[in-house]
Design a protein around this ligand. Structure first.
Ligand code: IVH
Length: 707
């Protein structure tokens, strides 16, 4: 197995399945981060082209490993447009989700709950509609005076994106409602999907044009709707089933089925399998019938949806959290198959967590070839008693990574032995330990490699942390550069960063000649690196990435021990629990046993001390923190920051408050002395007011901080 940085550098064709799983997880997190930066904070961090490249990579890997498509895959969210081309649309009536029913009992319960909630009498006739649950993307279409004026994605349910022009290209979506009586305003909602035959043909064209094929029809529909050029969407055969509505000026009927009929008259396509049922038994019969037709329908469905027919009853039933009480989705079970565990391999994640993966004899489950299943952690292996050579039942639910459901004990080979989970890291050989969770007092589910800075699986993540904003803060050295330097062997450990400039000699490749670098950027990087040789000790400690040692703890340590040499000597001495050093460490207000142990463990590892020595040899000489002010108005006080700070970053504010002798806390309690409330402050401010804690504005804080 390769380190994550190497994975990131590999082309999708070269990835193994385990690597692909890891890479998809990384991409999902990274793309979600950029989506949030772009959509929620309006503050994109990367160019549209870089963003597109991330999505294309995600898609290409999913095409190769359809069984690995994640629930939170970016390809499942159409809401994330690659550029500012799509405007935002607020859904006046939110687009909610549905509760799920998984078995017959859940459906009977649904039926009974309705009758009970409405206090129905036995003679009351209850009608519940049933229809397939389409596996596509929901969209909301706004019609004003019968004209289609705006179409939006679901987005987060509250706010979607304006994809009007793309939706206009779909033949099933009328530009103008038919019929003599059309409401003044009506939002029709339904599902955009791609039929199987069209999907196959589209993928054929993609391949012929040298483009990556789509993983499944839903991804293809999502990719098509996301096109910035509606002409491309027009060339993609999309369909639409109407099944719900949002904001309306009036309703054309007083039942769900009546509105569906009106949809048909207005020119929409409604699902022909839609049916009215009069008992839970009829719903279940419908479910089984559709289940049998599923493979031949010509489009993907993942269950059936039941809705109370009478709209006045829907109104009375209302909603529980984000789903209507009057409807539910009856999901089809995950598809299962039996295969053999050929071996169990251990993957090491970027944070050092060891994850076991079962290598399976490849088998087709629900149309996808599966050859791996996650085993989560060692307790899970023990609980299921999964052994090498076992026949196991595996399942795929939707597109999630396959799971091992159970072991078929009857088929177990005679000589089989329980699996023994390794206690060393397969990447670097360091001890792998299960830490005690400080909150629960129980061992963590995941075993973790203690190799930290020397473990290749963790190296890039560690180095990225080392140079990050609140640590060494080296401008020009981001994750991308770190990964590239690591891949080429330029930077293996933190000290190498400080030797980069020494490489600038004839015979070696110079930084300015690397792709993405030039003379100025190279010079700027060396300048930025050199400026950080005298970094503050608290940043230095934080940069080491010691477990449980965040910025606050790093500051406590820096303040107490003042120099790196002193800190190191004390931590080595503290390995003896009877020592004064150990007692002194625990004596620091804010440092408990878990943190203390993590510190002692870190300094006990020879390879960590070597990393520190290498940094010293490279001329890194951390400086004591600025002295704490005792005369400040907040010395010794507990202070909480809440809301958005507009004039100072949250970390700067925290640092300044601590410098002024205050203790910064994340939550408001009776012990809080002062709350600084920026714009948008919510529950913490309310709590402070309720407790009578003094609050000040950001401006007042700025004045205080300037003293
Ligand atoms: S009704 C308030 N009907 O399922 C409820 N939803 O899990 C409105 N879906 O986001 C939804 N087929 O994208 C409804 N026949 C159908 C559906 C359907 C697919 C999707 C829809 C929704 C999700 C809810």
């Amino acid at each position: 197995m390769s380190a994550p940085d190497k994975i990131a550098a590999k082309s999708p064709e070269d990835l193994t399945e385990v690597e692909a799983g890891e890479e998809l997880a990384r991409l999902a997190a990274e793309i979600a981060h950029h989506d949030a930066a772009y959509h929620q904070h309006d503050d994109p961090e990367i160019s549209d082209a870089d963003y597109d490249a991330l999505r294309r990579r995600n898609e290409a890997i999913e095409v190769r490993f359809p069984g690995l498509v994640r629930d939170d895959s970016p390809s499942r969210r159409v809401g994330a447009a690659p550029s500012g081309a799509f405007g935002k649309v607020v859904h006046r009536v939110p687009m909610l989700s549905l509760s799920n029913a998984f078995d017959d009992q859940d459906v009977t319960d649904f039926w009974d709950r309705i009758a009970k909630f409405l206090s129905l009498k036995p003679e009351d006739e209850v009608v519940v509609t049933a229809e397939p649950k389409i596996d596509g993307l929901s969209a909301s279409l706004r019609y004003e005076k019968g004209r289609f004026v705006q179409g939006a994605t679901r987005g987060d349910g509250r706010e979607g994106e304006d994809i009007t022009e793309n939706l206009r290209t779909i033949a099933d979506i009328p530009g103008r409602l038919k019929g003599s009586h059309v409401p003044e305003l009506f939002e029709v909602r339904g599902e955009v999907y791609m039929a199987h035959a069209d999907f196959q043909a589209l993928n054929g064209r993609q391949l012929a044009d040298g483009r990556p094929p789509f993983a499944n029809p839903r991804n293809a529909a999502a990719g098509s709707l996301r096109q910035l050029d509606p002409k491309i969407t027009a060339g993609r055969p999309l369909h639409f089933f109407a099944y719900a509505w949002g904001e309306v000026s009036e309703l054309p009927a007083d039942t769900q089925s009546g509105v569906m009929e009106a949809f048909g008259q207005w020119g929409f396509v409604t699902n022909p399998l839609f049916r009215r049922c009069r008992s839970a038994a009829e719903l279940l019969a419908f479910y089984r019938e559709i289940g049998e037709m599923r493979a031949t329908l010509g489009y993907d469905i993942d269950g059936v949806v039941y809705k109370v027919d009478r709209l006045d009853w829907q109104q009375r039933l209302g909603f529980v959290s984000r789903a209507p009480r009057w409807a539910t989705a009856h999901k089809f079970p995950a598809e299962q198959a039996v295969t053999i565990v050929e071996k169990i391999e251990i993957q090491v994640g970027r944070t050092g967590a060891l994850t076991p993966v079962a290598r399976l004899t490849p088998i087709t489950v629900g149309g996808v070839v599966v050859s791996n299943a996650t085993l989560h952690n060692e307790d899970e292996i023990a609980r299921k008693d999964v052994r090498i050579g076992d026949s196991v039942v595996i399942q795929r639910a939707g597109d999630v990574i396959p799971q091992i459901v159970s072991v078929i004990i009857d088929k177990r080979p005679e000589n089989s032995e329980p699996y023994v989970f390794p206690e060393t890291c397969p990447e670097c050989g360091s001890h792998a330990v299960r830490e005690i969770n400080p909150r629960t007092g129980m061992p963590d589910a995941k075993r973790r490699c203690t190799g930290g800075l020397i473990c290749p699986a963790q190296a890039v993540e560690r180095l990225r942390h080392f140079v990050s904003r609140n640590a060494f803060d080296i401008e020009g050295l981001g994750e991308k550069q770190i990964a590239a330097f690591y891949a080429d062997g330029w930077i293996h450990q933190p000290a190498d960063i400080f030797h980069l400039e020494e490489r600038e000699k004839p015979g070696l490749q110079m930084l300015r000649n690397r792709e993405g670098w030039g003379e100025t950027s190279a010079r700027n990087l060396f300048k930025a690196v050199n400026a950080r040789r005298h970094v503050e000790l608290d940043r230095f400690i934080f940069a080491l990435g010691i477990r449980h040692v965040g910025e606050t703890t790093a500051r406590l340590l820096a303040r107490r021990y003042e120099t790196l040499d002193h800190l190191e000597a004390e931590m080595i001495a503290a390995a003896d629990r009877a020592s004064e050093a150990w007692a002194a460490l625990l004596d620091i207000d804010g440092i408990g046993e878990v943190v203390a142990e993590a510190l002692v463990d870190f300094f006990a590892e020879a390879h960590n001390r070597e990393v520190l020595q290498a940094l010293r040899d490279a001329g890194v000489d951390p400086q004591p923190m600025a002295a704490q002010e005792t005369g400040s108005p907040i010395a010794g006080k507990t202070i909480v920051f809440t809301g958005t700070l507009e004039r100072m970053s949250r970390s700067e504010a925290k640092a300044r408050a601590e410098q002024m002798g205050a203790k910064v806390s994340g939550s408001v309690s009776a012990k809080t002395d002062l709350v600084v409330a920026g714009p948008g402050a919510g529950s913490k401010l309310a709590r402070a007011q309720a407790l009578g804690v003094a609050t000040i504005t950001e401006d007042e804080w700025m004045e205080m901080a300037a003293q």
